[in-house]
Write a protein that binds this ligand. Sequence first.
Ligand code: HEC
Length: 113
Amino acid sequence: MRLVHFVIASAFAAAVMSPAPSSAGPQEGRKAWLKLNCYGCHGNNGGGGMGPNVRNKEAGDVSEAMNGGEREGGMRSYAGLSIVGPNEATDIAAYLATIGKSTEPTWVDWWNH
Ligand code: HEC
């Protein structure tokens, strides 16, 4: 009986501790957002700065902005850069979708670990 409880508790803990893929994106997206210096132009919280407000931009828009050529406004192209991971546009969009929401997580950034 004890063993059964242990197994059930472990399964529950695993489910809580490893977020579903859909919620794994924002933390990674925030990391990419900081790593790739997006915040330098779009503001720490994506609310705009030298670049426009990009909160709630969808993955397609983020990918297009990152992979487009040099633009008049000054955003560089990130196409072909080895520091850009394959899922980063999607993850960044997931992060941008959380900003300013009441459900926005309290971020624990890697330098705070
Ligand atoms: C050097 C400053 C700069 C950096 C760094 C930068 N951007 Fe931009 N971004 C801009 C500007 C300026 C625009 C407006 C388009 C242009 O370049 O004229 C823009 C446009 C965009 C748009 C489209 C906004 C719209 O209204 O359609 C998205 C999305 C975006 N950026 C995301 C990002 C992401 C994600 C990163 C990091 C990978 C990033 N940007 C890094 C300056 C920057």
